[in-house]
Design a protein around this ligand. Structure first.
Ligand code: TUI
Length: 314
C-alpha cells in the first residue's frame, strides 16, 4: 500500500513516515536504512560536535541516494555552527526540537532545505507557520526525550485545525493502528522514534534494545520537570535519583547529574546509570527487525485496519 500526502510530496519520499531525530541514537546507519526503505531518515544532532555530525552526513550520503535529514537540537550551545555546517552540506530537510528555529528558517530555505519544526503546542505551531515552516511535527507527551504537556490525541487535531501546512503526528506511534489513528486526526504523516531504536541498523548498545523489548506499559517516567525541560525515560537508577532531586526542586544538580548520560546509555550501554530516553510505546515493541521490515509491517497493519473500517459502518 502507498499513502500519498503533501508530506510525501514535500520530502520526495514513498511513505509518510519520518524517523525521530534521536540524539546519540539516530545515526547515519539508521537514517540511511529508513530512507532506503522509503521513509525519511534523520540523523539526530543532539549535542554532537560539528565535525562528527559532518562525518555522519557524509556517511548517510554514501549509504543512501534517497532524501534524508538532520534533527537540530536547538538547546545545544554550538547550534549556530551546526546550522552553518548543515547549510554547507545541504541536506534535504531539517526537523528541529527543543526550541523555536525561526532565526534559521530563511537561511535554510534559501539553500533549498525544508524546515519541519517540532511543536508541542498550537501557539508555537502558528508562529512557526507564520515564519514560513514547510510542515509542523506535533509531538505529544507520549514521546521519549524532551516533551511538552499535551497528548498526541489532543494536540494533533488542534494543530490540523490551526495551520494550513501539513501536520505530522509524533509521540506514541509504534504500529499501523497508530498510523491510522494519526491520519484519522488529520495528520499527513507520522514521526516514529522508539520503534526505530529496535531497528537492526540502529547502532545503540544492545542492552538498550533489550530494555525496550522488556518494557511494560508503565515503565517510563518524566524526569527533570524542575529544570523546565522535562524528559521521558525508561525508569532506572538515574531516573530515581533525578526524581528525588525534582521533588526537592534542585534543577542545577539535575543538569549536572544528567550531563553526558545519554551517550553513556546509548553508546556504551549504561542502562542503569545512563539516560534511557524512550517513549511510552516502548512496551509495544517486541522484536528487532530491519528498518525496511518495520516500515513494511506498519504499512501492512495500517492497510488491514483501514480495510476493516467500511464493514463497520451500519
Ligand atoms: O527535542 C525533542 N526531544 C529531545 S531533545 C533532547 S536533548 C535534551 N536533553 C535534556 C534536556 C533537554 C533536551 C532529548 N529529546 N523533541 C521535540 C520537542 N521539542 N519536544 C518539545 C519541544 C519544544 C519545546 C519548546 C519545541 C519548542 C519549544 O519552544 C519553546 C520556545 O522557545 O518557544
Amino acid at each position: 500500500m502507498t499513502l500519498k500526502t503533501r508530506l510525501t510530496e514535500l520530502l520526495e519520499i514513498e511513505h509518510p513516515i519520518i524517523q525521530g531525530g534521536m540524539a546519540w541514537t539516530a545515526t547515519a546507519e539508521l537514517a540511511g536504512a529508513v530512507s532506503n526503505a522509503g521513509g525519511f531518515g534523520i540523523i539526530g544532532a543532539g549535542h554532537m560536535p560539528t565535525a562528527l555530525l559532518r562525518e555522519q552526513i557524509h556517511l548517510a550520503k554514501e549509504l543512501t541516494d534517497k532524501p534524508f535529514g538532520v534533527n537540530l537540537m536547538l538547546l545545544t550551545p554550538h547550534i549556530d555552527e551546526i546550522v552553518e555546517m548543515v547549510l554547507e552540506e545541504k541536506v534535504h530537510a531539517v526537523t528541529t526540537g527543543a526550541g523555536n528555529p525561526g532565526k534559521y528558517m530563511s537561511a535554510l530555505q534559501d539553500r533549498g532545505i525544508k524546515v519541519l519544526p517540532i511543536a508541542p503546542s498550537v501557539a508555537l505551531a502558528k508562529r512557526l507557520e507564520a515564519a514560513g515552516a514547510d510542515a509542523i511535527i506535533g509531538e505529544g507527551m507520549e514521546a521519549g526525550g524532551h516533551i511538552g504537556d499535551l497528548t498526541t490525541m489532543v494536540l494533533t487535531p488542534q494543530l490540523v485545525d490551526a495551520v494550513e501546512i501539513p501536520v505530522v503526528a509524533a509521540g506514541g506511534i509504534a504500529d499501523g493502528r497508530g498510523v491510522v489513528a494519526a491520519f484519522a486526526l488529520g495528520a499527513e504523516g507520522v514521526q516514529i522514534g522508539t520503534r526505530f531504536m529496535c531497528a537492526e541498523e540502529c547502532t545503540i548498545h544492545e542492552d538498550v534494545k533489550a530494555r525496550i523489548l522488556k518494557a511494560k506499559d508503565r515503565d517510563t517516567v518524566v524526569t527533570g520537570r524542575s529544570t523546565g525541560h522535562p524528559v521521558r525515560v525508561l525508569k532506572n537508577k538515574l531516573s530515581k535519583q533525578i526524581m528525588a532531586l525534582d521533588l526537592e526542586n534542585r534543577p542545577e544538580e539535575i543538569e549536572a547529574l544528567g550531563a553526558g548520560k545519554l551517550a553513556n546509555c546509548m553508546c556504551r550501554g549504561d542502562v542503569d546509570e545512563g539516560s534511557l530516553m524512550a517513549g511510552q510505546c516502548a512496551s509495544m515493541i517486541d522484536s528487532i527487525m530491519p528498518a525496511q521490515e518495520i516500515i513494511a509491517t506498519i504499512l501492512a497493519e495500517a492497510e488491514s485496519v483501514m480495510r476493516a473500517m467500511p464493514g463497520r459502518i451500519g
